[in-house]
Write a protein that binds this ligand. Structure first.
Ligand SMILES: [Zn+2]
Length: 405
């Protein structure tokens, strides 16, 4: 019901509300939203305004939490009221030029209700998925065992501490799904720690365990299911039972990526076998599929949806994700040829971006700023969106919940 891929159209329009005096944003809106017939297109001022917006957003951190939200208007739908045109969706110049935010919900009323329900995640809540591979006890030696996406133990601890100091909290895959589908409340800055490939428990004990003990941070392991060494499964089943390592699917054979030349049979095996194996050894069903090698095809994504996966992850570090907002590319970028464009697959929730652990620290501030910009923009369109909801949506969907947690 929610997997529709909704193209965003780029338009420039004055930002309403708090920022109206000095802001003009060039933003994208889901195509299903009603057209915005009356706005002035001010393309010439876009670049300067975007810069102002970016600069202003850096101070949003301090300003936003102290604001007390005013009560929502009570829903008294009046057929004589004309709904205001909906403002365009949030966008930002902090993404790379070819990476554009995509919406994935096509029911505007359900989206607005989830967005403005005070029991749900605050607007501007940002989720940063990070992909980990090896964490080396010694120095990384690229000539021998180490590979480019490994990190040292020192780098690992520095990343974890930076995340914590910058206000992030780790969430589970289920929390991520609830957030992305329903805007369920998660910490305002959340991180999803995803370790790829099979590991013995020692490697988790040596790395993530101390953060589970200290901060309650859980870790996701995208797990390859073909290997049936009994001790490997036993140790991972134990971690799963202890509740701090959340296994999700990472193929069956894994070592042969899914590509355009993969057979239907091979794709089905890679996607479906994890259910059987997880059931047998972990007593659970995976909800996420982490594409081996970051490689997927439109057909494979369709199959993943058919098998019931709720989320899927690439290796494309395009940015963080927000509720109904996933940065994706339409075309291959010559500067980053290894990142497959996701838009052709048409299912943002099954092709989510991930940062790479060795340089994730460099992006923490950008993720924070995107969250702050999104919160500011949401505040600026809040009154209009709630008025729209009140007129168009409340009769069928009910009034917005007023009382927060
Ligand atoms: Zn892998």
């Amino acid at each position: 019901m929610m997997e529709m891929d909704i193209p965003l159209r780029r338009i420039c329009t004055p930002v309403l509300g708090l920022l109206a005096a000095f802001l003009v944003g060039c933003v994208a809106a889901p195509a299903t939203l009603p057209p915005v017939p009356t706005v002035d297109v001010q393309a010439a001022s876009t670049h300067a305004a975007a810069t102002v917006f970016a600069a202003a957003s850096q101070t949003a951190q301090a300003a936003l939490p102290t604001q007390t939200p005013s009560p929502f208007p009570t829903a008294t739908p009046d057929p004589r009221r004309t709904p205001p045109p909906l403002p365009p969706a949030f966008t930002t110049n902090l993404l790379k030029p070819l990476d554009e935010p995509r919406a994935y919900l096509n029911d505007t009323c359900a989206y607005l209700r989830a967005k403005w329900d005070p029991n749900n995640a605050e607007p501007g809540t940002v989720l940063m998925p990070i992909m980990f591979h090896g964490i080396a006890k010694g120095e990384i030696n690229p000539g021998t065992g180490g590979v480019y996406h490994d990190m040292t133990m020192d780098e690992f601890h520095r990343l974890m501490k930076d995340l914590k100091e910058q206000g992030f909290e780790a969430i589970t895959m289920q929390q991520a799904a609830d957030f992305l589908y329903k805007n369920a409340k998660i910490p305002k800055r959340s991180v999803l720690l995803i370790v790829d490939d099979r590991k013995f428990r020692q490697s988790f004990d040596d790395t993530f365990y101390e953060y589970y003990q200290a901060w309650g941070w859980k870790v996701v392991n995208s797990y390859i299911t073909l290997d049936e060494r009994p001790d490997l499964w036993q140790e991972n089943a134990q971690l799963e039972a202890e509740g701090w390592v959340d296994h999700q699917a990472h193929g069956y054979v894994h070592n042969i990526n899914i590509t355009a030349s993969s057979s239907e049979e091979y794709m089905r095996q890679e996607l479906s076998k994890p259910f059987e194996m997880f059931e047998r050894y972990f007593g659970k069903r995976p909800i996420a599929y982490i594409w081996p090698g970051g490689s997927f095809t439109p057909r494979a994504v369709q199959l993943a949806r058919e098998y019931g996966y709720l989320l899927g992850f690439t290796i494309n570090p395009r940015g963080p994700v927000l509720f109904n907002w996933v940065p994706q590319a339409e075309q291959s970028d010559p500067a980053r040829p290894s990142y497959l464009p996701e838009v052709p697959a048409g299912d943002p929730l099954l092709t989510l971006p991930r940062y790479w652990s060795p340089d994730a620290r460099n992006h923490i501030d950008t993720v924070r700023r995107i969250g702050a910009e999104a919160a500011m923009y949401a505040e600026s369109v809040r009154a209009v969106e709630i008025e729209y909801y009140d007129i168009v949506c409340a009769p069928a969907h009910g009034a917005l919940p007023v009382v927060g947690p």
